[in-house]
Design a protein around this ligand. Structure first.
Ligand code: CO
Length: 162
């Protein structure tokens, strides 16, 4: 297990569409372990593989006090509603913005054992699911933010690291 460095804008890796994982082999298992270490090292709530320079459809989410969720090839299958929230990204340091996210999303994916899983998320989990799946498609939260809704962040108002 190891902490990997996090790519930040304007790294072109953040803009690539990540590839589907077809074989959850030992290198993917190592990637997942390293992503969990890296996310914890920066007190993040979620991390997607492109953020550590790996263009594969893998993401991890750890809600405070809960078990890590590993998502391989995740897809949003259903979403509902809109809500306006604050957001930030580990790959866009020093900024936060306001944008619309779904009230809830349902996601299908595989876990690290290759089992099919389905997760429904609202609030921070729903936000993290949408944010990390966006990363796998080369999309950053700033793409959803109107130019006058992006601010330099201060420590008092900082958002969760996604
Ligand atoms: Co992010």
């Amino acid at each position: 297990m190891a902490i990997r460095s996090i790519c930040v804008l304007p790294d072109p890796l953040l803009r690539q569409k990540a590839k589907k994982v077809t074989n959850i082999d030992s290198s993917v298992q190592r990637l997942i372990d390293d992503m969990i270490d890296t996310m914890r090292a920066v007190s993040g709530v979620g991390l997607a593989a492109p953020q550590v320079g790996v263009p594969l459809r893998v993401a991890v989410i750890e809600m405070p006090g809960e078990e890590v969720i590993t998502l391989i090839n995740p897809e949003i299958v259903k979403r509902q509603g809109d809500r306006l929230i604050g957001e930030a990204c580990l790959s866009v340091p020093g900024y936060q913005g306001e944008l619309k996210r779904s009230v809830w999303v349902k996601v299908k994916a595989q876990d690290r054992q290759g089992r099919n899983i389905r997760i429904k998320g609202e609030e921070l989990l729903g936000q993290a699911l949408e944010h990390e799946i966006d990363h796998l498609n080369g999309i950053l939260y700033v793409d959803h933010v109107e130019s006058d809704k992006l601010w330099e962040s201060s420590s008092e108002t900082s958002q969760e690291g996604l």
